[in-house]
Design a protein around this ligand. Structure first.
Ligand code: GDP
Ligand code: GDP
Length: 461
């Protein structure tokens, strides 16, 4: 019998993890106080919600390597701290050694300088060191503290370092860092998971008796290739790999689907937990429900899919049971299903009949579309064009007491799901209504069918 405490472990089930120690290193160097650690926080924090901080043993003892991702490239970024040459007595020799190790290991080096102070003799010294020690093509100059309009002219001065085009950035505001990162990640290898041929993880979830096992049997019956046990995830998680049109899809935790869920687990609690675990491991979720029978559980599962940021397709099954059909039935049924899943309005709804094999063939195509949107990246220029128009149409609200909300700039900081950072004067000035309006505007212009998107509101810190 299942141990209830074990079942509750879904909260600890980590998302798919990649080995940090093998990620290419981006080293940030520069003299003290130019904003290196702020820049590192920006680069790593923005893309990973800042929560994962890992120390890599064996490279250095106490330097923190933080994982980041940009344009489908994974890397780890390291702040090299006090790399200074003229006065070794002020800085611990071992700090310097660590910095040198980080630079040698780095695939890309970012030399951070202070745009407000201009070129400093130490910058010149560091630049000539980097020209000697590294491939010049892999060094980028980040001219920090360029948040004012004078940014570009401030940055131009740093051509004199002889390391190519200087990039004006503001580590505090985030402006310019996207363009810098575009260049920084260019030489890095793409993430494995983003390679076209990689296996796509699909979870089939829904309350008992909606037809999940029947669908699974249909999908695997014709296409099954391997049955694999994934050790360590849960005691009895069994995934199955199917091949459709030469591409592999992993159907997650199929043992839990095949088993007569209602009978084995008895309670809704276990069913929900099982579903939540499967959702966590999925790229795209097939949320199955019974077209003729609404349930509170449908909404709970839909909520979770949105919260986990997964792609989703809603399959309203047993369409064959609706025998009295007229020209309004289809529209009405879709509307009804949409009402039951209000928190995922972006998920396409498909009315299917597993029994009669109606519209089952469309599922993989819909999965592919959702996947593409889930991984999509939109250029900063396009996003800001939409932002400009949206603000013109509907200005951020201002009350008599509060200041006027101002949006400076936005940029996509992550995909899976697409995540857009909105740089504003004060996040609290932007209420739920306006935030929803803004998300609606991005969706109206860009679609994003089948995937949630996230807007992250950031103030000046
Ligand atoms: P580090 O010693 O190079 O790691 O520099 P820090 O990241 O500790 O930053 C040094 C100082 O510069 C701090 O007071 C930061 O708040 C400030 N700073 C960092 N980035 C910026 C920026 O983009 N603009 C401005 N105006 N100040 C910044
Ligand atoms: P699960 O508990 O979600 O895995 O659901 P099952 O796949 O075990 O299906 C529950 C019941 O619904 C079974 O008796 C199936 O034969 C039936 N069923 C599945 N799909 C359909 C369908 O499209 N139409 C009808 N009428 N019955 C279906």
């Amino acid at each position: 019998h299942e141990d209830p405490l074990q079942e509750d472990a879904y909260l600890d089930t980590p998302p798919v993890k990649r080995a940090t120690s093998t990620l290419p290193i981006v080293a940030v160097v520069g003299r003290p106080n130019v904003g290196k650690s702020t820049l590192v926080n920006r680069i790593a924090g923005a893309f990973h919600d800042g929560s994962i901080v890992e120390n890599v043993v064996g490279i250095t003892r106490d330097r923190t390597y933080r994982p980041g991702v940009w344009n489908g490239r994974n890397f780890q970024v390291v702040d090299t701290g006090g790399l200074v040459f003229d006065d070794q007595s002020t800085f611990m020799p071992e700090i310097r050694t660590q910095a040198l190790i980080a630079i040698r290991e780095a695939v890309v080096v970012v030399l951070c300088v202070d745009g407000r102070e201009g070129v400093n003799p130490l910058d010149l010294e560091l630049a000539s060191f980097l020209r000697r020690e590294t491939k010049k093509s892999s060094v980028f100059v980040a001219v920090n503290k360029c948040e004012s309009d004078a940014g570009f002219s401030q940055a131009a001065e740093f051509w004199s370092l002889g390391l190519g085009e200087p990039y004006p950035v503001s580590a505090i505001h985030g402006s310019g860092t996207g363009d810098l990162m575009d260049m920084v990640v260019e030489p890095l290898p793409p993430i494995e998971g983003e390679i076209e041929e990689d296996v796509v993880n699909i979870a089939i979830v829904g309350r008992p008796n909606v037809g999940k096992s029947s669908l699974l049997n249909l999908m695997t019956g014709e296409n099954r290739a391997i049955v694999s046990e994934i050790p360590g995830t849960t005691r009895d998680a069994v995934d199955e790999i199917i091949t459709v049109n030469g591409k592999q899809y992993r159907l997650i935790d199929t043992a839990g689907i095949r088993r007569r869920t209602a009978v084995t687990f008895g309670t809704e609690f276990f069913m929900i937990n099982r579903a939540f675990k499967a959702i966590r491991r999925a790229d795209v979720v097939l949320l199955m429900l019974d077209v003729s029978e609404a349930s509170e559980q449908d909404r709970k599962i839909a909520d979770r899919i949105a919260a986990e940021g997964k792609g989703c397709i809603v399959l309203a099954n047993k369409w064959d049971l609706i025998t009295e059909k007229d020209n309004r039935s289809y529209i009405n049924a879709v509307g009804d299903v949409k009402d039951r899943t209000v928190c995922i309005p972006w998920a396409p709804v498909e009315l299917v009949s597993v029994l009669e094999k109606k519209r089952i063939g469309k599922i993989i195509g819909l999965v592919e579309e959702a996947l593409e949107q889930h991984r999509r990246r939109v250029s900063t220029a396009v996003l800001n064009e939409i932002l400009r128009e949206a603000v013109e149409w509907h200005k951020p609200p201002a009350t008599k007491t509060a200041r006027q909300g101002r949006i400076y700039y936005c940029t996509q900081v992550a995909s899976r799901p697409p995540t857009i950072a909105m740089f504003v004067n004060e996040p609290r000035l932007f209420h739920e209504n306006y935030r929803r309006y803004m998300e609606g505007q991005f969706r109206k212009s860009l679609g994003f069918q089948g995937t949630p998107i996230r807007l992250v509101w950031r103030g000046k810190s």
